[in-house]
Design a protein around this ligand. Structure first.
Ligand code: 8DG
Ligand code: MN
Ligand code: MN
Length: 429
């Protein structure tokens, strides 16, 4: 029997942050079409606050949580996040197998170029538009210009665009987080190292590796990051990157805030860069490191624990053998990207984000850095509208009482938000 939307949308949670959204869901064809419209709106209206993109995002988020595959737009009656525009697109797909609006966008040269250019580390929609205005057609056109804007991210992003546009797989992310854990533990015993971002949500691959670090003793984490980067550099794992200082200011906590596209950015001390992952990190043949059990255990990286994959263990251990290349120039920091990329190599360039959070903010940072981006956006809007609270990756703040709601577990973050705990793998909304 085909469920009528209005049969159960009374019990369908209003907010995306209250719903379960698995990676695998029943309406993939529809969500990928709506996501094209969303992406197009984001690229086109990049200077506004994306109201159109947000509408598409909300619609696809509903589709991802539906317990049935949509077979008729009738089933979507009463879902306030699914507007007329999206309904038209959906009925086109249901009736003809595709939507001409979506097809036209995907075929358009502008869209293809914007996607290509914004795939470069450090290039956002506004830079991409400038490149298009200059008549550039390909990444080679941008490369010919040398370093188009003087931005290190763009220079290195262009030089290694081929590597960086090849998805990072789970075994690479796990191998690298184990090394980070090992080095961090040596510098600061008791350190907490957590693989966050899409991998914590169970994604099999991603565009980067996000690792959150903290320590059970407040302020013990101070000074860890520079030492950690130096240690990773000594292992020959750093290509290029930059540290950002902690810019968290408690005096602005209780100022009212506008939820905007910049709202995702936080003030933690962090290192954003490009690492050199030995090719052996991704060599491990089995993709079964995807199994539920492994996902569960690999998140908060236990100290010096063996992986379930012996070939991965070997390649990690290789780095620690005395014979391993420890040429100190391999850090290559501040050299020109061109010099590095010319030589044959046994590593892949991979984007890495390392974030340092004090334990008092750690569980909020964990939620924020786990995402998804839409989950965060929705949870922040929900906190503001429904609870009058300000949610960020630093905490949850009562603007009236001028006090923070502290959390000592991730579950506690959800209970402060008065929503049932949602597993990371269910936050793919
Ligand atoms: P992907 O890498 O697999 O493509 O996806 P992802 O892991 O979900 O995206 P991401 O761009 O790596 O970001 C990870 C999460 O971190 C995302 O939900 C947004 C969140 N986040 C914060 N603060 C900040 C910040 O200051 N900068 C960035 N880039 N992301 C942040 O909570
Ligand atoms: Mn990521
Ligand atoms: Mn990231």
């Amino acid at each position: 029997t085909v469920p009528e939307g209005n049969e159960f949308n009374g019990t369908f949670p209003e907010w995306a942050c209250q719903r379960k959204a698995k990676l695998e869901h029943l309406n993939k064809k529809l969500t990928s079409a709506v996501e094209v419209l969303q992406e197009f709106a984001e690229l086109r209206d990049s200077n506004q606050d994306y109201p159109r993109a947000l509408a598409f995002r909300r619609a696809s988020s509903v589709l991802k949580s539906l317990p049935f595959p949509v077979q008729s737009v009738e089933q979507l009656k009463g879902f306030k996040d699914i507007g007329e525009h999206v309904k038209t697109v959906i009925s086109d797909i249901l009736d003809h197998g595709s939507s001409s609006e979506v097809d036209d966008i995907e075929k358009s040269e502008w869209f293809k170029k914007m996607k290509l250019f914004t795939s470069v580390f450090g290039v956002g929609p506004s830079t991409a538009k400038v490149w298009i205005e200059r008549g550039w057609e390909s990444l080679e056109d941008a490369q010919k210009d040398g370093c188009p804007s003087g931005d290190w991210r763009i220079a290195w992003g262009l030089a290694f665009s081929k590597d960086l546009n090849t998805p990072v797989c789970r075994s690479e992310a796990i191998a690298f987080s184990r090394i980070v854990q090992r080095e961090a533990e040596h510098i600061l015993p008791g350190v907490i190292t957590t693989l966050v971002g899409g991998f914590r949500r169970g994604k099999p691959e991603g565009h980067d590796v996000d690792i959150l670090l903290s320590h059970p003793t407040d302020e013990a984490e101070i000074g860890l990051l520079p030492k950690l980067i130096a240690a990773l550099g000594k292992r020959g794992l750093i290509l290029i990157g930059h540290k950002e200082k902690n810019s968290f200011r408690s005096d602005i906590l209780y100022q009212d805030f506008k939820l905007s596209t910049r709202g995702q950015l936080d003030h933690f001390e962090k290192w954003l860069g490009i690492c050199k992952f030995p090719k052996s990190f991704s060599k491990s043949k089995d993709s079964e490191s995807n199994s539920e059990v492994n996902q569960e255990t690999s998140f908060t990286v236990p100290a010096l624990e063996a992986t379930s994959d012996s070939s991965l263990d070997e390649s990690i251990n290789d780095l620690y053998e005395p014979k391993a290349k420890k040429s100190k120039s391999s850090g290559a920091i501040d050299t020109e990207p061109q010099h590095v990329s010319a030589a044959p190599r046994d590593w892949l360039a991979r984007r890495v984000d390392l974030i340092i959070a004090p334990i008092s903010q750690y569980y909020y940072a964990l939620v924020g850095w786990t995402g998804s981006k839409h989950f965060n956006r929705d949870a922040r809007l929900y906190a503001q509208k429904k609870l009058g609270l300000k949610l960020t990756s630093h905490g949850l703040f009562d603007l009236q009482k001028r006090e923070p709601l502290t959390a000592e577990t991730e579950e506690e973050v959800f209970s402060h938000l008065k929503i049932p705990y949602i597993d990371p793998t269910d936050r793919n909304c």
